[in-house]
Design a protein around this ligand. Structure first.
Ligand code: GDP
Length: 559
């Protein structure tokens, strides 16, 4: 099953057919592509399942990620994944969704929602960041008892840098937690994002009765009362009550919710679409992913407020419009998902035009043709063939050896999108060949994994070529390197952790002096950038103070 490099006549030229541009604009307009950003255990898997339940992808929650007793197939692509019971794959779940208030009316729109999954383990990797280059919006999922947690903060910063609008979901409201106002204050104060709740909880955390839907100016528009289902396996039935009915039913609990909602308005915490799209405010929904409370409201909010796919700026600053000929950006490459086939999957996000399986596209970085005979969608253990895709959709291309994150594919009208920025590494390790006889293979493997962006490879004269240093956002990336070198190149490298914890960009003029400092070592990254690795932040502060003439610039988390 080779598709790389084979040339077949193009079967389609994207939007060349009459009426195609209009069709692709309509398809783009009804699409929403987003990712969930959260700290482990906040409930991302549970929410994903709840969303799938509401979109009728599954009929009962508890099926998608119920691991016990299920045959392990494609997603268990590595021994380490099996051993740890985690998923290291990034994938996309696509489903149709019709907003509940327009379903069955003349205004009915069927939206296509792409939920791009981020790796769910606590060891962070660069892949998590890269996923955020492929989405148009993010759901920031927060545990009601824990508030903002470290991984959520890091991912939020990437969203902010990239200008991705964020919808906030406070999860686990069925369990005791903080007060809603406390949680909002934390978001406002710690990250400077103004929370503008669309729905306000009726009942404190641990006594989740329903949601007050806030009207335009913060008044209580209605009360949505939820009923639990057994084990939260089904969509929770909703009753829609007027404020008067709510008062009669819930008494003081309703009064408190209504008063708090008014208080929010007096603070200016009402939804403003322009400020939301500009990343300054964030609509908030209180939910229980486990009980399926508030989940419909999350979907309705995404399709109503989150932006559809839009034009993307190319390197030359021209805009690739959604109805231009086909183009896409590769945002993730994953090898060895299917151990029987040792395949390599490149995930691309369609930027413009129509993707049709079998079309021959151009790989912008090499100028070579690339036949897309094997195109898949992958989610968890499910793989299915994709026949066509539109802007915002995610497609996995099989055996895409030459493709790396940040690469561009296109037809007809040449385009190259800016590369995905490399993120500031925090973990460093020496990589050594097990024996000199295997050095050639070792070198080949290092170059391949470097070009795929699995880790960043650093070298200096002192350490020499045989022991390059790997730099990563999370230590998990080192394990991926070791596992893949073994499986694909038959070399068993030795990995030795290095005692540095941060990297700064430097220059040739500063390098010698830096190398003389304790706890500092200068390397050249494969893209030519000079990096000074520093043991810890106190060391860095000391050097910045004592030797202010040296160049030590922070690496950006994202542009
Ligand atoms: P992830 O690590 O973010 O994917 O989190 P999971 O979805 O695996 O959830 C972590 C734990 O929190 C599991 O035990 C879930 O059952 C639980 N959980 C998730 N959502 C809720 C919720 O809304 N309410 C309660 N009570 N528990 C939840």
């Amino acid at each position: 099953s080779q598709s790389t490099g084979t040339t077949e006549p193009a079967q389609s030229s994207g939007t060349a057919k009459p009426g195609a541009a209009k069709e692709v604009r309509a398809e783009a307009e009804r699409r929403r592509t987003f990712a969930v950003i959260s700290h482990p255990d906040a409930g991302k898997s549970t929410l994903t399942e709840a969303l799938a339940l509401h979109a009728k992808v599954i009929s009962e929650a508890g099926a998608v990620h119920g691991k016990a007793g299920r045959k392990s197939t494609v997603s268990d692509w590595m021994e380490m994944e099996k051993a740890r019971g985690i998923s290291v794959s990034s994938t996309a779940l696509q489903f149709n969704y019709t907003r509940s208030d327009v379903a069955g009316t003349d205004d009915e729109v069927v939206n296509v929602v792409n939920l791009v999954d981020t790796p769910g383990h606590s060891d962070f990797s660069e892949d998590t960041y890269r996923v955020l280059t492929a989405v148009d919006a993010a759901v920031m999922l927060i545990d009601a008892a824990k508030g903002l947690e470290p991984q959520t903060l890091k991912l939020f910063q990437v969203c902010r840098h990239r200008g991705i609008p964020v919808v906030t979901v406070i999860n686990k409201w069925d369990r005791p937690g903080r007060t809603p106002l406390e949680l909002l204050d934390e978001i406002d104060e710690r990250i400077g994002l103004m929370p503008t709740p669309l729905f306000w909880p009726v009942g404190i955390a641990g006594d989740f009765r329903g949601l007050l839907r806030r009207g335009e100016d913060g008044d209580a528009a209605e009360y949505i009362k939820f009923t639990r289902t057994a084990g939260g396996a089904k969509i929770a039935p909703e009753e829609h009550l007027s404020p008067a009915e709510a008062l009669a039913l819930e008494g003081d609990t309703w009064v408190e919710a209504a008063e708090e909602s008014e208080l929010l308005s007096s603070n200016g915490q009402d939804h403003d679409q322009e400020l939301f799209l500009a990343g300054q405010t964030s609509p908030v929904i209180f939910a229980s992913a486990m009980l399926n409370f508030g989940v419909r409201q999350i979907l309705d909010t995404l399709v109503t407020l989150a932006p559809p796919p839009r034009a993307r700026l190319a390197i030359d600053e021209t805009a690739r419009e959604v109805d231009d000929p086909f183009s896409a950006v590769v945002f993730k490459v994953q090898a060895g998902m299917d151990t029987a086939h040792r395949d390599r999957l490149a995930f691309m996000r369609v930027v413009s035009g129509v993707f049709e399986r079998g079309m021959v596209v151009t790989h912008a970085q090499t100028g070579k043709p690339f036949a897309t005979k094997y195109a898949l969608t992958v989610f968890g253990r499910e793989r299915s063939t994709v026949e066509n895709a539109y802007p915002g959709d995610v497609v996995g291309l099989v055996n895409a050896t030459a493709l790396a994150p940040g690469h561009t594919l296109y037809i007809d009208k040449k385009v190259e999108f800016p590369p995905i920025p490399s993120f500031a590494p925090e973990h460093f390790a020496i990589l050594r060949a097990e024996s000199a006889s295997k050095y050639k293979q070792f070198r080949k493997a290092v170059d391949q994994l470097d070009s795929e962006g699995v880790v960043q490879i650093l070298r200096n004269d002192v350490r020499g070529d045989a022991s390059p240093v790997m730099a990563a956002v999370g230590p998990m990336q080192f394990e991926v390197v070791a596992a893949r070198m073994k499986a694909e190149y038959n070399v068993d490298p030795k990995i030795e952790h290095l005692g540095y914890s941060l990297a700064r960009r430097t220059d040739a003029a500063s390098a010698d002096e830096l190398n003389r400092q304790r706890g500092v070592e200068v390397f050249t990254r494969s893209d030519g950038v000079l990096l000074a690795l520093v043991s810890d932040k106190w060391r860095l502060q000391y050097i910045l103070k004592e030797l202010p003439e040296l160049t030590l610039e922070p690496l950006v988390a994202a542009t």
